[in-house]
Ligand binder design. Structure first.
Ligand code: ADP
Length: 479
C-alpha cells in the first residue's frame, strides 16, 4: 500500500490543514490585537498630553521656551483665529513640514475633538489628536520673532493638534509579521513530522493485526491475534479473535459433518459392494441370491434414509425448507400415529399405552410434526427391550402443549445426554449400528420442534428408560 493511500497520510494531511487554519486564525488575531492595543495606547498618550496643554498661554509659552522640542518625536501644531480677522494662523512647535487640512481645522475650531492620521512629506505617518482650546483667553504677546508679529491680539478660537509618529508601531507590527511568517511554516513542518510519527506509532498495531489476520486466514485457524492493550485496538483484536474462534468451530463442525456423512454412506455402500461381488462370484442358490438381495435392499434403504435426513438438514440450514403451517389438533394427529405404533410395539412384544384425551390445537406443519413424533416413538421402540413399556401422553402446561414419549428402555448415560441432539452423535456406535440409526434423528426432531417455536427435552436413566418431552406453543392459550 502506497503512503498516499494510507490512513497515516490522510491523518497527517487533515491534521496539517486544521493546524494551518488554526495558526492562520491565531496569527491574524494576534496581529490585530497588537495593532489595536498599540494604536489605542498611542491615542491615550496623545489624549493625556492634551490634558497638559489646556491653556493657550501655557502652549504659547512652551512654544516660546522651546519645550516641545525636547519631547522626542512629538509634533505640536497650533491654529487660531484672531478677532475681526477671517484668517487662521498656524504655528508649529517643531520644524516639521506637516499641516492639517483646513477642513479638519475648521471642525476643531467649531469645538470638535478628534483623532486623525496624516502622512508627512517623507511618507511617515503621524497620528494626531486635534482638540479646541478654551476661548477664555483675551490676548497674548507672542515672543518668538519670525513666527508671529510682535504685538497684542485678541484670539477668538484656537486649536491644538498633538501628534506622534506611528513608526514604532509599524516597526513592531512588521516585526510580528516577520516572526509569524517564519514561526508559522516552521511549526507546520515540525507538526507534520510529528503527525507522521504519531500516526505511524498509533497505527502500528493495526498493521500487526492485519498481518496476523492475513497469516491466520492463510495458514491455520487455531492461531490468535495477540491482544496487547485494552484500548480500541485491543478490543478490535479480541473481536477478531472471537470471530476467528467462531469460524474455527464452524469449520471444524463442517469438517466433522462431511467426514461423518461420508462415513455413514460409505459403510452401507461397502456392504452392498461386498454382497454383490460375493453373489456374482459364482453360481448361487435362489435362497442365497434372495439373502444377498435382502442385505442390499436393507443397506440401500439405510442409505436412502440417511440421504433424506441429510437433505432435510441441508435445506433447514439454508432456510429453504418449505413448511406449510395449519391448525392441527394434536389429539387427532397423535391418535393416528399411536395406531401404527401399537402394531409395531406388538410385533416386538412391547406394551404401548397412550393418554390423548385432550384436544389441543397448535399451528404446525402436519408432515413435519408427524415425522418428529414418529422419530421419537421409533427410537423408543428401537432402544427398548422386549417386554418393555412405551407411553404416549398429551397434556397442556400453561401456554404450551406437552407431548411425553416415555420408555422403559436402555436409557442414556448422563455424560451423553447434552450431546444426543448433535448431528451424527450416537451414544454407543455398537448399540446404534445394529439398530440402523445414523445419529441424525434427534437433531431433526430438535429442528422441527424449534421451527414450531417449541423445544425438546429429555430425562433418562441408564438401564431404566428415557422420557422425551416435546413442548409446542398453543394456538390460543386462553381456550
Ligand atoms: P439414531 O438414528 O442413531 O437413533 P438419534 O439422533 O435418533 O440417532 O439418537 C441419537 C442417540 O441417542 C442414539 O445413538 C441413541 O443411543 C440415543 N437415544 C435416542 N433415543 C433413545 C431412547 N429412547 N432410549 C435410549 N437411547 C436413545
Amino acid at each position: 500500500m502506497s503512503f498516499i493511500h494510507s490512513i497515516k497520510f490522510r491523518f497527517t494531511v487533515w491534521y496539517l490543514i486544521v493546524l494551518t487554519l488554526l495558526i492562520s486564525v491565531l496569527s491574524v488575531g494576534v496581529y490585530f490585537y497588537l495593532s489595536h492595543s498599540l494604536h489605542r495606547n498611542l491615542d491615550r498618550s496623545l489624549e493625556l498630553r492634551a490634558t497638559q496643554l489646556q491653556t493657550i498661554q501655557g502652549v504659547m509659552s512652551s512654544i516660546a521656551m522651546g519645550e516641545f522640542e525636547e519631547e522626542l518625536g512629538e509634533v505640536v501644531l497650533l491654529y487660531f483665529s484672531i478677532k475681526n480677522s477671517r484668517e487662521i494662523t498656524s504655528i508649529s512647535a517643531q520644524n516639521v513640514d506637516v499641516t492639517l487640512d483646513s477642513e479638519l481645522v475648521q471642525r476643531a475650531l467649531h469645538g470638535e475633538a478628534f483623532y486623525t492620521t496624516i502622512t508627512a512629506a517623507e511618507g511617515k505617518e503621524l497620528r494626531f489628536y486635534v482638540f479646541p482650546l478654551p476661548r477664555s483667553v483675551p490676548a497674548f504677546s507672542p515672543a518668538r520673532p519670525g513666527i508671529l508679529q510682535t504685538g497684542t491680539a485678541s484670539i477668538e478660537s484656537a486649536v491644538i493638534a498633538v501628534g506622534r509618529s506611528t513608526e514604532d508601531i509599524d516597526k513592531s507590527l512588521a516585526g510580528l509579521i516577520r516572526t509569524l511568517s517564519i514561526a508559522g511554516p516552521f511549526t507546520l513542518i515540525l507538526a507534520g513530522a510529528g503527525g507522521v510519527f504519531l500516526a505511524q506509532r498509533a497505527l502500528k498495531p493495526v498493521d500487526k493485526i492485519a498481518r496476523t489476520a492475513h497469516q491466520i486466514g492463510e495458514s491455520d485457524l487455531s492461531r490468535r491475534i495477540p491482544v496487547q492493550s485494552r484500548d480500541e485496538l485491543g478490543r478490535l483484536a479480541s473481536t477478531l479473535n472471537q470471530m476467528i474462534e467462531r469460524l474455527e468451530r464452524a469449520f471444524k463442525r463442517q469438517q466433522q459433518f462431511t467426514a461423518d456423512a461420508s462415513h455413514e454412506l460409505r459403510s452401507p455402500l461397502s456392504v452392498i459392494q461386498a454382497e454383490s461381488t460375493l453373489a456374482l462370484n459364482k453360481e448361487r442358490s435362489p435362497d442365497e441370491y434372495k439373502r444377498s438381495l435382502e442385505v442390499i435392499s436393507n443397506e440401500s434403504a439405510h442409505m436412502a434414509k440417511v440421504i433424506d435426513q441429510l437433505l432435510m438438514l441441508a435445506r433447514a440450514d439454508s432456510g429453504r425448507e418449505s413448511l406449510s403451517f395449519e391448525e392441527i389438533d394434536l389429539g387427532d394427529l397423535l391418535a393416528s400415529i399411536a395406531e401404527n405404533t401399537e402394531i409395531l410395539c406388538k410385533d416386538k412384544g412391547i406394551e404401548f399405552c397412550s393418554d390423548l384425551r385432550d384436544s389441543i390445537l397448535v399451528s404446525g406443519d402436519r408432515a413435519k410434526l408427524r415425522e418428529l413424533f414418529l422419530n421419537l416413538l421409533d427410537n423408543a421402540i428401537r432402544y427398548s427391550p422386549d417386554g418393555g413399556t412405551i407411553s404416549l401422553t398429551l397434556r397442556r402446561e400453561e401456554d404450551m402443549a406437552v407431548i411425553d414419549i416415555a420408555d422403559t428402555g436402555i436409557g442414556i448415560p448422563e455424560k451423553d445426554i447434552p450431546h444426543i441432539f448433535e448431528r451424527f452423535y450416537r451414544v454407543d456406535r455398537a448399540r446404534s449400528r445394529e439398530q440402523a440409526g445414523a445419529g441424525l434423528g434427534l437433531s431433526i426432531c430438535k429442528y422441527i420442534a424449534e421451527v414450531h417455536g417449541g423445544r425438546i427435552e429429555v430425562k433418562s436413566e441408564l438401564g431404566k428408560g428415557s422420557t422425551f418431552s416435546v413442548w409446542l406453543p398453543l394456538i390460543d392459550p386462553l381456550t
